[in-house]
Design a protein around this ligand. Structure first.
Ligand code: IPE
Ligand code: IPE
Ligand code: MG
Length: 238
């Protein structure tokens, strides 16, 4: 049950069941303030609580956040380490509140490549919240769509019989969740950067100029309102 009636925020049309956010622009946010890039990542992390709370309150089913891509390993080691530190801090700080709010956490991506302490924090977060029935919160960490599809394809091949479309979708990290209805990218770039490409096959795309730390709750609500006004056809006629 939604705690906040969507109509009270002007959301009178259908809400997306599954929203993805490509949280981009942290580095430029920091640069614009002559701060080191990790300060931008910290400022971005501080935005998560509000966006997650809002999603949960209005009854969005699933929220998928792009936090670290398979391509982000190209970044300087110091930035990667700062990001890892923030991931741990985030899980330590927010897990209890997320759990109390009924949020079910799932990490999308290959955890093998991460240091053991991050792996432990993620496993703890996933198992603690596994039976929660509120917002499904997916955090894409060491995630890339191509690596995900390859992993799924190999799992299907190992079964030794031709797979159906449902089998392919079920073998992705998002197995069991609905397709993305809406993908929002902050920071002004207009690309998907290897984020949930199959799940976004018919998603509505929105590219907003704000850097992620400046992506406010009000702006998020505006995106949801704009989503309601889009005409989705899925290949059919009107
Ligand atoms: C997105 O912000 C966060 C991650 C990729 C981890 P960026 O760090 O890409 O910020 P910009 O795009 O350089 O401004
Ligand atoms: C996409 O942002 C990845 C995340 C937001 C985690 P990037 O900043 O890595 O994407 P590109 O390099 O601009 O495509
Ligand atoms: Mg970027």
């Amino acid at each position: 049950m939604a705690k906040t009636a969507p109509a009270s925020l002007g959301l009178t049309d259908a809400l997306p069941r599954h929203v993805g956010i490509i949280m981009d622009g942290n580095g430029r946010w920091a640069k614009a303030r002559s701060l080191p890039r990790p300060m931008g990542h910290r400022a971005g992390m501080e935005r998560l609580r509000g966006l997650i709370q809002l999603s949960s309150d209005i009854g969005i089913g699933a929220l998928s956040l792009y936090a670290f891509s398979t391509e982000n390993w190209k970044r300087p080691q110091s930035e990667i380490e700062a990001l890892f530190g923030l991931f741990i801090e985030y899980f330590n700080r927010e897990l209890d509140a997320l759990h109390e709010g009924g949020v079910c956490i799932r990490v999308l991506g290959d955890m093998e490549a991460f240091p053991a302490n991050i792996g432990r924090a993620i496993s703890a977060a996933q198992s603690k919240t596994a039976n929660n029935e509120g917002l499904k919160l997916n955090i894409a960490l060491n995630y890339g769509s191509r690596a995900e599809v390859l992993r799924a394809a190999n799992a299907l091949i190992a079964r030794g019989q031709p797979a159906a479309m449902e089998d392919l979708m079920a073998a992705l990290y998002t197995g069991g969740l609905p397709d993305l209805d809406l993908v929002i990218r902050t920071g002004g770039e207009q690309r998907l950067s290897n984020f949930l490409l199959l799940q976004a096959a018919y998603a509505e795309l929105m590219f907003v100029p704000e850097y992620f730390p400046d992506f406010s709750d009000a702006r998020f609500v505006e995106c949801l309102r704009a989503f309601g006004a889009r005409n989705r056809r899925f290949g059919d006629v009107e």
